[in-house]
Write a protein of this length. Sequence first.
Lengths: 110, 113
Amino acid sequence: SQQGEEDPQALSIQEGENATMNCSYKTSINNLQWYRQNSGRGLVHLILIRSNEREKHSGRLRVTLDTSKKSSSLLITASRAADTASYFCAAETSGSRLTFGEGTQLTVNP
Amino acid sequence: EPEVTQTPSHQVTQMGQEVILRCVPISNHLYFYWYRQILGQKVEFLVSFYNNEISEKSEIFDDQFSVERPDGSNFTLKIRSTKLEDSAMYFCASRGQDTGELFFGEGSRLTVL
């Protein structure tokens, strides 16, 4: 079964709007992380939420985790054109392996 | 700011050739990883390395793959006999003792012809 499936696959919004991306996973996790990837570049860690946490904030980012539904969401508020990138959730299972989702391609139009 | 560095940034090789991808993790990190991303697809776990040995590997990481930490700074991924389907971006990552956050390099793009 697949870990870390995101929706939507692609999201296009206007600058200033909020962007919400969702992620689901299959097995028990230690934590759930979100990463950002600009085209052709490496992944950059955004935020980590532990399995015993429900919500976390970092600047314009808000992450929620619902372990009963095995799902997480990433909210980016007041989006900017520079937020255009692919966003991946990654579930850390036992042994510290990160299993990444398919990703959401976010386009923020100026 | 400390960063993970990878070389080469792009390597083109013939099918059947051996390839070594190199990584310099962040200096005080203890856990090291290789991931790969086939063009347009998701990032896939290959192997994790801790205390000079493999701690976990995926089904992708078969006998054609090996990892090594030959000295105190480098962490290498070797593919013994490359196949067309090995064409991908290979990412090295490291993390410290008390955090789950992975720091990724910019990747090495491998093209197998």
